[in-house]
Design a protein. Structure first.
Ligand code: ZN
Length: 205
């Protein structure tokens, strides 16, 4: 099945690339050797439920210490003493406050960046990607606390794969997932433009 390649092509820079986006949860897209990893039933890439902390809190998935519980935006907000659910603007406010020296915000950014790095190193060790593109609050974190994330991920990422990977925020910023979804919806049109006319005609009958 090839349509997935059409979807990823505008965003992808390399044959083996990982896209990770965090908001409340974390989603991932894995392009391996130019092919989007879908898994046997389409669930591959549920990276938010990778266990990163054996002593971490229980998750709705039935596991505990899942990556998204340690790195999702609500974790950052509550650690910083803010209410959860504020979205990208609230995340940006915490990051700006941390930069301005607010101790609690700074500690929250440091802790979440550390756990972000822990997850990244697992991904690097498993996939040996050329590029990791970060979206959502992970991109915001990388832009403000790349050093901390980097320190955590080099601690145990195997040296060769770490040296090979470029980590960078998504160029489309907060819109990257939306644009990707639109591209996905557009996929069928690119595959078979005539099908649109036939669907419209069938609908009008
Ligand atoms: Zn989970």
């Amino acid at each position: 099945m090839t349509p997935a390649r059409i979807w990823v092509a505008p965003f992808m820079l390399a044959d083996t690339e990982v896209y990770l986006s965090a908001s409340v949860g974390i989603g991932g897209g894995f392009l391996v050797g130019g092919v989007l990893l879908e898994g046997a039933t389409g669930y591959a890439g549920e990276i938010g439920h990778l266990q990163v902390d054996a002593d971490g809190p229980a998750c709705t998935c039935g596991g505990s210490g899942c990556w998204e519980l340690k790195v999702g935006e609500n974790r950052l907000l509550t650690l910083a003493g803010r209410l959860p659910g504020g979205g990208p603007e609230a995340v940006a406010e915490v990051i700006a406050s941390a930069r301005d020296g607010e101790a609690r915000a700074k500690a929250a950014v440091e802790e979440v960046a550390e756990w972000a790095g822990v997850g990244l190193r697992a991904i690097i060790n498993i996939f040996n990607p050329e590029v990791i593109v970060l979206g959502g609050s992970l991109a915001q974190l990388w832009e403000s606390a790349a050093d901390r994330m980097e320190r955590a991920l080099v601690r145990t990422a195997l040296l060769a794969p770490r040296d090979d990977v470029v980590v960078r925020p998504a160029k489309l910023g907060q819109d990257s997932s939306l644009v990707g979804a639109a591209e996905l919806a557009f996929d069928g049109v690119l595959e078979d433009p005539q099908a649109v006319n036939e669907l419209v005609a069938a609908d009008g009958r």
